[in-house]
Write a protein that binds this ligand. Structure first.
Ligand SMILES: Cc1ncc(COP(=O)(O)O)c(C=O)c1O
Length: 404
């Protein structure tokens, strides 16, 4: 019997996702920051060290650490000149920031459909949505799976628009031998608590273009060129030294942590293979991609199940798999924020009230399809191959019991 319905769970001690265990080296570095009282970036060396390490790791000339991934995306868009009247094409199946960054820059997010095999932007749909007002494409590498960069970059070049990589979920992923975050004009990473590098909160802008890097640095800190001299309207999007030290050490450990993620995912996919095509589908990286496995996205074939997706996810969690959740339950354009804002006219900043009702976000069939079916498993480096076997057992138990 399913644990949700009163049976015994597959795991008595639940599987709980968590970031890496911090080594003694990290703990003593944190103590040193605290003892020195060097909390802000300009008092210490860790944020700077993180930026250098990230630039080297990602394969870009410049990295600018920020207070969050959202802040990084916002100033990345502003650094490339996105502003009022511009349109920014992005995916609807992502975290809010991929689209709200455009709103914060007074631009208009325009959603393109996704590819059902990767859940990333479908290049053909992106091209259909480009207009003379399009300034950028925010390409999300969802779940750690690289988007189809060659085609997206070609489309961007053809139309003279910029490519912004939202690599918040994909640090360490590779596309044709290049690390994601180094392929577009500018990129954003996130160091939120569940990410590959988990500093609690944090992020970074990455770019090869010195002018964008300089602008992002100014925007990060009040547009201040010299002490108390303000060149433009900036923000306080700075990272603290405590975030810097946590992120620095995890970045150093990332190659090993990625291997652990891969071992967990391989075991999980091997175990789930008998269900594939029957009760679920799992997007796989193409041969020229390295997936960073922030999430395993399982698409439940709900038409063959007697209960809806949300029931399945609750049932899997009740079996002791606490890293099961839904990313994302609805395309962004269905959420109230975007529904309320849908009244903008082409090129009109969001706040322009007299355009209300003139532009609608039409449903995108593949995004709708995926949002109804997806069950996500958060992958964290503490998860073992035994956890993978137990997770697959829980999923098999639940789907087996709910098969129509
Ligand atoms: C795809 C995507 N973009 C942007 C962000 C924003 O990052 P943060 O939470 O660090 O602001 C996130 C993270 O949560 C994300 O998953």
């Amino acid at each position: 019997m399913l644990a949700l319905e009163g049976g015994r769970p597959v795991r008595e001690t639940p599987i709980v996702p968590r970031p890496d265990v911090y080594s003694d080296e990290v703990l003593s570095a944190i103590a040193e920051v605290l003892r020195a009282g060097a909390l802000a970036a300009h008092h210490g060396r860790w944020v700077r060290a993180l930026e250098e390490e990230l630039a080297r790791y990602a394969g870009v000339r410049h990295a600018i650490a920020t207070s969050s991934g959202t802040a990084a995306l916002h100033i990345a868009l502003k650094a490339i000149g996105v502003g009022p009247g511009d349109e920014v094409v992005t995916s609807p199946l992502t975290f809010a920031s991929s689209a709200t960054a455009a709103l914060h820059a007074n631009a208009v997010p325009v959603f393109a459909d996704i590819d059902k095999e990767t859940l990333n932007l479908d290049p053909a749909s992106v091209e259909e949505r480009i207009t003379e007002r399009t300034r950028a494409i925010v390409v999300v590498h969802l779940a750690g799976m690289p988007a189809e960069m060659d085609e997206l970059v070609k489309i961007a070049e053809r139309h003279g628009v910029k490519v912004v990589e939202d690599a918040a979920q994909a640090l360490g992923a590779e596309y044709r031998g290049r690390r994601v975050g180094s392929i577009g004009h500018v990129s954003a990473f996130s160091f939120y608590a569940t990410k590959h590098v988990a500093a609690g909160e944090g992020g970074a802008v990455a770019t090869d273009v010195t002018a964008y890097a300089e602008r992002a640095r100014l925007l990060r800190s009040h547009g201040e060129t010299e002490k108390y001299w303000y060149e433009l309207l900036g923000y306080n999007y700075r990272m603290t030294e405590l975030q810097g030290v946590l992120a620095y050490y995890q970045l150093r450990q990332l190659p090993e942590a990625l291997r652990r993620r891969e071992a967990y995912v391989k075991a999980l996919l091997d175990e789930l293979a008998p269900l594939e095509g029957d009760l679920l589908l799992i997007p796989r990286p193409r041969p020229y991609m390295r997936h960073a496995w922030h999430l395993v996205q399982a698409l439940l074939l709900v038409e063959r199940l007697s209960k809806p997706r949300d029931y399945v996810v609750r049932a899997v969690r009740a079996e002791g798999v606490l890293n099961a959740f839904v990313a994302y339950p609805a395309p962004l354009y269905r959420t109230p924020l975007f529904q309320r804002r849908e009244g903008h006219g082409r090129g009109c900043p969001w706040s322009c009230p007299h355009y209300r009702g003139r532009v609608k976000y039409a449903p995108l069939p593949n995004a709708e399809w995926a949002a109804e079916r997806v069950m996500s498993l958060l992958v964290t480096p503490n998860l073992t191959e035994q956890d993978a076997v137990d997770t697959a057992a829980a999923i098999k138990k639940v789907l087996g019991a709910l098969r129509r």
